[in-house]
Design a protein around this ligand. Structure first.
Ligand code: MEV
Length: 289
């Protein structure tokens, strides 16, 4: 029996634009998904299409148990974390000898297939490696870790990443003259943010600009706007949608002393707050009996 876990993630900057080859920055966060895999003669078919695809690609059969600290469809990369942790646990339990890089690539191929759409390798790569990662097209670079103080606000409005990616795709096809400059501007904000990674006030301002551009792309939602405004009003340096939008979650960059106030303001607006920071472990082995 092998148990592995993998973390969720937040997009700090550049979601959606990253699907069009612009730079994006994502960070692994503390909440994780735990997956136990056991060799078994009579495995039951798992209900998750991600887990099914993991077993199919690894060419083995076994039983699986999942325990998640991440809500699904919340924009925090839970499907990527499940996929990465399952692949690692299968690899370990069956002694298949796959590297971390193989796992990240395979997890990305699985996400793409199950989500039937355009996707970037961000979620699966960040969940495998941990830390802060800069993604541009197919290139992925781990950036030096930063102690960013983040409050996540889950709107509790479930969303479909595939649908939101399609919505932006439709806008880009119908009105490239509008969508392309917005996507370029998101890329420019991401680069400005990288220059200001040690300056929380400027970083917060970049988050606010990124949020306005995501709203312009049409991936906003009244519930996320409410949480973003509440976070800013209660002392965050800046706040934005994180992930695909259309509900899902927001993040607020906070001074250390304001974290609980910001979390309280989010909860007062019917959001679910998580006070968190960077995870630098990525996928990790929990136990092997
Ligand atoms: C979803 O977490 C982020 C998107 O940019 C899609 C992706 O990068 O695969 C919307």
């Amino acid at each position: 029996m092998a148990t592995w876990s993998a973390p969720g993630k937040v997009f700090l900057f550049g979601e959606h634009a990253v699907v069009y080859g612009k730079p994006g920055v994502a960070m692994a966060i503390k909440p994780r998904v735990f997956v136990t895999v056991r060799k078994s003669r009579n495995p039951t078919r798992p209900r998750s299409p991600y887990i099914n695809e993991c077993f199919r690609r690894m060419g083995v059969r076994g039983s699986v148990y999942v325990h998640s600290q991440l809500q699904s469809s919340s924009g925090l990369g839970s499907s990527a974390a499940v996929t990465v942790a399952t692949l690692c646990a299968i690899n370990d339990e069956f002694g298949l000898g796959r590297t971390r890089e193989d796992i990240a690539d395979m997890a990305f191929a699985i996400e793409k297939k199950v989500q039937k759409g355009r996707a970037s390798p961000t979620d699966t790569y960040v969940s495998t490696s941990g830390g802060i990662v800069l993604i541009t097209g197919n290139s992925k670079r781990r950036l030096p870790p930063q102690g960013l103080q983040i409050v996540v606000g889950n709107t509790m409005v479930p969303h479909s990443t595939a649908k939101m990616v399609e919505l932006v795709g439709n806008l880009q096809k119908k009105h490239p003259e509008i969508a392309n400059p917005i996507l370029d501007a998101i890329g420019a904000v991401t680069l400005a943010a990288l220059h200001n990674i040690n300056h929380p006030r400027e970083l917060g301002r970049c988050m606010d600009m990124n949020n306005a551009l995501l709203e312009a792309l049409g991936v906003g939602h009244p519930a996320s706007s409410k949480l973003v405004l509440a976070a800013r009003a209660s002392g965050a340096y800046g706040a934005k949608i994180t992930g695909a939008g259309g509900g899902g979650s927001i993040i607020a960059l906070c001074p250390r002393r304001a974290k609980s106030r910001v979390a309280g303001a989010i909860e007062a607006c019917e959001g679910k707050a998580i006070i968190t920071t960077i995870d630098t472990d990525g996928a990790r082995k929990e136990k092997h009996d």
